[in-house]
Design a protein around this ligand. Structure first.
Ligand code: MIC
Ligand code: SF4
Length: 755
């Protein structure tokens, strides 16, 4: 039986009327995305239509998920909101704070030893405010959500960019910063700009070595890391129906890597099978009754060009296996072309590690397909050249895979089975003792992100993203350019052998099983629970409200002009810093340390305009703060790409940065800046980026007249006294300007609650 089945039934009860009304108002057939959006308006039955890419809309999501690394800040903020209980079903998942080093058992124990303070904090806050709690080892948030909470036609938000994974079960599931989650936990509407719609028509059928992962690796190659920004990607067509539900989850998951707001698929038999296999026949039965509302209208799928802003068509029968990378997930290479491209670019061809797992590819089906390749290696007398690591997605998957002998196949190849957690995917991989000076090498994995230093902290690691079965094949061969479709390998007896195509099981033939899934339900009434935070704690710090920046900003200095890719990993690195996610002042010591200074091409070395000396970014910024000098950060395109972590906004805010001025933003990061009462601005003329010099001073000329839709003016004074006046755009609506005026969105909630 499913969690919160009554809530799900309520959603289905009201859906039909809302969708019919939306169809009437828009005067056209509807995509699935529109059906879900229009049936989740705060106002209930829609009374108006919205303009895609323009209108800000208030939504009422059905549920929320938090993961340990972001939950700390989200819950610290929620504790200030003055509420007794969360207003919608919410869960906390402990998955990011677990290192991958020796193997599941000792790594989990080590995580408990080192992060118990944080886990205890999260558990007691969850109990107090009525959140379900998934303990360390229970699994990766998005797999656990897919297995337990996602439901077709639902809308959820989560404080992690890969919340979008739940689109595999037909949801509109969106990654947000903690402050957005706090709004919904506090019973307020959740605001989002009505997304644009990209339709992806899938024809044909996957076969052989091609996997669902290749669909999204191909789409990433087409759309690039920012091509999906502000849009929902809706997949449809015969090819979509022919894929498993968890395969669809993989595709939606990596929609985060193209900047998409989310991705989704219409309800079909694969989803029904998955719901029944995961003990949710009640959801499947309820969904079957409202089936027509859980997929796009037939007219839309018959003439997609008329209804989507952009349409892409992919023939699965012709799709080839891909390997994307290094350093960015959209650099797509077809497996057979890797030799030429890698040689040309001097990417190491020897592969040292193959890692299978992450929220993207850690389902039972994924493990079974990869295991079918691993088994051949054993049977055909092959020795693996690279090392192997496996992170199962959840305890349910792990337990079942162990029962069915899949894990022992990997162990026969000396694979390390890591904890059911994020592990290497989030830099929690203790691979080197001195990662900064580690050698150039290649690894392949089935994760979603491969930014520099992400997995192991080594800037020289070239990480490539591919399907789990291809990871297995490449790890066995030890070569990045191995093409299992054409190439042979030499076995122990000196014979040439070929790997057969992978085979797998969509769902376990004997059903899923688990002894302790790792869930702790909250008590009915948690109001008596006392949350204690030690004021000397290095890990958790209660939050102080931010002071408003005010309408008069003069004499601001440039902290850094970042050049090229500046992801949230560059702004607030994960890995070893994850341990400070609940302590704003401590984690602020990593602020922008990964960003490349446009004036010297170095990271973490910027000029302090007060002394003329060069120093680390956090130290320099603290010096400005101590001197009471405001600062701004300048950046390139898609600034803040990557994750939902609001630390990337809160840290600069805490240290006294007042504005971030860039060529363009990633969606979640832009909202996070707004929520924390900062200025997130974009150049009206991108070339003005080139006018910014190292010794510049900035006066905000018309901030007192901060109005929706009206650009702001900044006067830039250079060191030689010459001046440039530059115009900057913003996307603040009236409510968001109010957050700015109050110092943060949370300050406003508190004020409204107190009134
Ligand atoms: C990631 O994949 O980068 C993370 C870690 O899951 C982040 C969230 C975080 O920074 O905690 C994400 O994707 O949102
Ligand atoms: Fe965890 Fe990696 Fe997924 Fe982020 S992308 S939730 S770090 S497994």
């Amino acid at each position: 039986m499913a969690f919160d089945i009554d809530m799900i039934k309520d959603v289905y009860k009201t859906m039909g009327d809302r969708i019919n009304k939306a169809r009437e108002l828009t005067g056209k057939p509807l995509t699935l995305s529109e059906k879900i959006l229009y049936s989740h308006l705060t106002e209930g039955i829609p009374s108006q239509t919205f303009e895609r890419g323009k209108s800000y809309v208030d939504f009422a999501p059905d549920r929320i998920a938090l993961q340990d690394a972001t939950a700390q800040m989200a819950l610290l903020q929620f504790m200030q909101a003055g509420k007794k209980k969360v207003a919608v079903p919410t869960t906390t998942h402990c998955d990011h704070l677990i290192q991958a080093k020796i193997g599941a058992k000792s790594d989990l124990q080590n995580a408990l030893n080192t992060s118990n303070e944080v886990f205890n904090f999260l558990e007691s806050v969850s109990r107090k405010y009525g959140l379900g709690f998934w303990k360390p080892g229970a699994g990766i948030i998005h797999q656990v959500v897919l297995e337990n909470y996602a439901f077709p036609g639902g809308m959820m938000i989560g404080t992690d960019s890969h919340t979008v994974n739940a689109g595999g079960l037909g949801m509109v599931a969106i990654g947000v910063g903690g402050a957005d989650a706090v709004d919904v936990m506090a019973g307020m509407p959740w605001e989002l700009k009505f997304p644009k719609l990209i339709g992806v028509k899938l024809t044909g059928k996957l076969s052989g070595w091609t996997a669902p992962k290749d669909v999204i690796l191909k789409v990433a190659g087409i759309l690039t890391v920012k091509g999906g920004t502000g849009a929902i990607v809706e997949y449809f067509g015969e090819g979509a129906k022919s894929m498993s539900c968890t395969g669809k989850g993989t595709i939606c998951n990596m929609g985060a890597e193209i900047g998409a707001t989310t991705s989704t698929f219409g309800y079909d038999e694969s989803m029904e099978r998955y719901l029944r296999a995961t003990d949710r026949s009640d959801v499947a039965d309820a969904a079957n009754e409202v089936k027509e509302h859980l997929t796009g209208d037939a007219e839309v799928y018959a003439n997609p060009e008329q209804y989507f802003d952009q349409v892409i068509e992919i023939n699965l029968s012709e799709l080839e296996p891909h390997i994307n990378g290094p350093f960015t997930p959209d650099l797509a290479t077809v497996v057979g072309e890797m030799n030429e491209i890698a040689t040309k670019n001097d990417w190491p061809l020897d592969v040292e590690w193959g890692l299978i797992g992450s929220c993207t590819n850690s389902s039972y089906e994924d493990l079974s397909r990869a295991a079918s390749i691993a088994k051949q290696a054993v049977d055909k007398g092959l020795e693996t050249k690279a090392q192997f690591g496996i992170n199962p997605g959840s305890e349910q998957v792990r337990f079942t895979a162990e029962r069915d002998g899949l894990l022992s196949i990997f162990e026969d190849l000396d694979a390390t089975i890591f904890t059911n957690a994020c592990g290497p995917c989030i830099g929690q991989w203790a691979r080197y003792s001195d990662p900064k000076n580690a050698p150039k090498n290649s690894i392949v994995h089935s994760f979603n992100r491969n930014f520099a230093k992400r997995a192991d902290g080594n800037p020289n690691t070239h990480a490539f993203v591919t399907s789990p079965e291809m990871v297995a094949a490449i790890a066995i061969s030890g070569r990045l350019d191995f093409n299992p479709i054409t190439d042979t390998l030499t076995n122990k007896n000196g014979e040439q052998v070929k790997l057969d195509e992978p085979t797998g099981m969509e769902l376990p033939a004997r059903g899923f099983d688990v002894e302790d899934a790792g869930f702790i339900a909250p008590p009915e009434d948690g109001s008596g629970i006392d949350i204690k935070v030690n004021p000397d704690s290095k890990r958790i710090q209660l939050l102080e409200p931010f002071n408003p920046i005010g309408a008069s900003v003069k004499g601001a200095k440039l902290l850094i002009k970042a050049k090229g890719k500046c992801t949230t990993d560059h702004i607030s690195m994960a890995g070893p810093w994850l341990r400070f996610r609940g302590h704003l002042d401590n984690i602020s010591n990593n602020t922008l340390t990964g960003a490349i200074n446009a004036f010297n091409d170095k990271s973490d070395t910027v000029k302090n305009q007060l002394t003329g000396e060069y120093g680390a970014v956090p130290d320099t910024q603290r010096a400005y703060k101590a001197a009471g000098v405001p600062t701004i950060v300048v950046g390139d395109h898609n600034y803040g790409e990557g994750s939902s972590r609001e630390h990337a906004a809160m840290q600069p805010r805490h240290l006294g940065v007042i504005a971030v001025l860039v060529k363009s933003f990633a969606r979640i990061h832009e909202t996070n800046l707004k929520k924390q009462g900062m200025l997130g601005l974009t150049f009206v003329n991108e070339t003005d980026y080139d006018k910014i010099r190292e010794d510049d001073t900035f006066d905000f000329v018309d901030l007192a007249d901060f109005t929706p839709g009206k650009p702001l003016t900044i006067e830039v004074t250079h060191a030689d006294e010459s001046k440039d006046t530059i115009l900057v755009n913003h996307t603040y609506n009236a409510g968001q300007i109010d957050w700015f005026k109050h110092g943060s969105a949370l300050n406003l909630i508190k004020k409204e609650n107190a009134a």
